[in-house]
Write a protein that binds this ligand. Structure first.
Ligand SMILES: *Cc1c(COP(=O)(O)O)cnc(C)c1O
Length: 415
């Protein structure tokens, strides 16, 4: 895509007849995949060896991740969803699991596939991660685990959540799909709670094609996950429990090993671009970015902003359609929140009506903007220029009427 900057800031946005700042679509994300050269003949070697699964590439990937994150065990699996499902299964849980509703649905699917009941708790308005005090309020006697997501790569309040889990005597598992490369006060995400699970699907920080990584310091849990990814069979065909086929193939492991190489550089680049967004968005009324504590590091897997419709002059859903006219692709991560999704309404009985005020407000306001590691600074500035031009056009301070789309079925609210 080429940029036709400077855009005419005083003119109308593309939605009202102006020239789009980009002549082709600026994508939301652009996967970082290793080149064939970087794979260095691995595919041919795997084919020649006839060892297509459970082989040396998977073991090498696991060892590199163990070293990098300083954890005792890494178990490579077929996906993050399978990894989360397996960790919960291997932990022999019963009853309820407390988790955020403001997360990707797979977090809740892992709970539901185990026949456990998801109990949704609210997130903190600053970081959009699970709020430990909300967990305390949501938890009942049937609770056996907490699952928390490092949302968009922002580390959770791991100390606060550990304290709640300790007090209640329940398991603590992290959905770390976004957080390979994040750290909490210098300590890599991967060693917190009883286990953490990363995703290696195409838009995540390290890419295998499809894949996931379970990391844990718990020897027994690790062993059960290793057996569990192989149907529950420790090798003697006398399955110890009902597992899955959640193995990672050697081909996927080879791609992931090559992808791991450039991780630090990509995280650094994404942080520089996120900082650029933060600086240039600072004077646009009604747009804010969730916070990441100074001592923490985020991967910025997604660059999600909050749109205050009254101050900006337009709600997030409408803004997405206006940006699309400007050739800027966006998504609304995570709207609708899980407890409002069709799959969870009946399952959760009347509990989907549970009031999660922060989640509901944030889900109304989120807008995820383009960010990928080879994006240029000029592209970021083009996106922000488009936002600024739209805002000026609908500025409530200048007397414009706020612009909103009529609420669709997915926006339906519990009253
Ligand atoms: C992508 C994602 C998952 C699922 O990962 P897969 O590897 O595709 O199964 C789970 N949780 C979150 C937060 C995600 O973004």
């Amino acid at each position: 895509m080429t940029l036709s900057l400077p855009i005419d800031a005083s003119g109308p946005p593309a939605m009202r007849g102006g020239t789009p700042p980009f002549d082709t679509l600026v994508p939301l994300a652009w996967p970082d995949v290793p080149s064939a050269d970087e794979l260095d003949g691995a595919v041919a070697r795997i084919l020649e060896s006839r060892v297509l699964t459970n082989g040396p590439f998977v073991r090498q990937l696991e060892q590199r991740v163990e070293e990098r994150l300083g954890v005792r065990h890494c178990i490579a699996v077929a996906s993050c969803t399978a990894g989360l499902t397996l960790v919960l299964r291997a932990s022999e849980l019963t009853g309820d699991v407390v988790l955020p509703s403001f997360t990707f649905t797979a977090t809740a699917h892992a709970v539901a596939w185990n026949g456990l009941t998801p109990v949704f708790a609210d997130v903190s308005p600053d970081t959009l991660t699970l709020d430990p005090s909300a967990v305390r309020r949501a938890v009942g006697v049937r609770c056996s685990a907490i699952v928390a997501t490092h949302t968009f790569g922002t580390p959770c309040d791991v100390e606060g959540l550990a304290q709640v889990a300790d007090e209640l005597g329940v398991r603590l598992v992290y959905d770390a799909a976004h957080a390979l490369g994040s750290h909490r006060d210098g300590v890599p995400i991967g060693g917190f709670g009883d286990a953490e699970v990363f995703s290696l699907s195409p838009t995540k920080m390290v890419v295998a094609g499809e894949g996931g990584l379970i990391t844990t310091d718990d020897d027994e849990l690790a062993e059960r996950c290793r057996i569990g990814r192989d149907y529950g069979n420790p090798g003697d065909y006398d399955c110890r429990f009902v597992g899955l086929n959640a193995r990672m193939s050697e081909f996927h492991a080879a791609v992931a090993i090559a992808s791991l190489e450039g991780l630090d550089a990509r995280v650094a680049r994404r942080n520089a671009l996120a900082e650029r967004y933060r600086l240039t968005l600072a004077d646009v009324p009604g747009l804010t970015m969730p916070s990441v504590a100074d001592r923490d590091g985020s991967t910025y897997k997604d660059l999600t902003v909050l749109v205050d419709a009254r101050r900006f002059g337009m709600d997030a859903t409408t803004l997405a359609t206006w940006l699309a006219a400007d050739n800027v692709e966006t998504r609304r991560y995570y709207a609708p929140p899980v407890h409002h999704q069709q799959a969870y309404r009946p399952r959760n009985g009347d509990r989907w009506r549970t009031s999660l005020p922060v989640t509901e407000q944030v889900a109304d306001e989120v807008l995820t903007l383009p960010l990928w590691s080879t994006m240029s600074e000029a592209q970021v500035e083009g996106v922000v220029a488009a936002l600024r031009r739209i805002q000026r056009h609908v500025d409530p301070a200048a007397g414009a009427e706020p612009v909103t789309l009529p609420a669709g079925p997915s926006e339906e609210r519990a009253s």
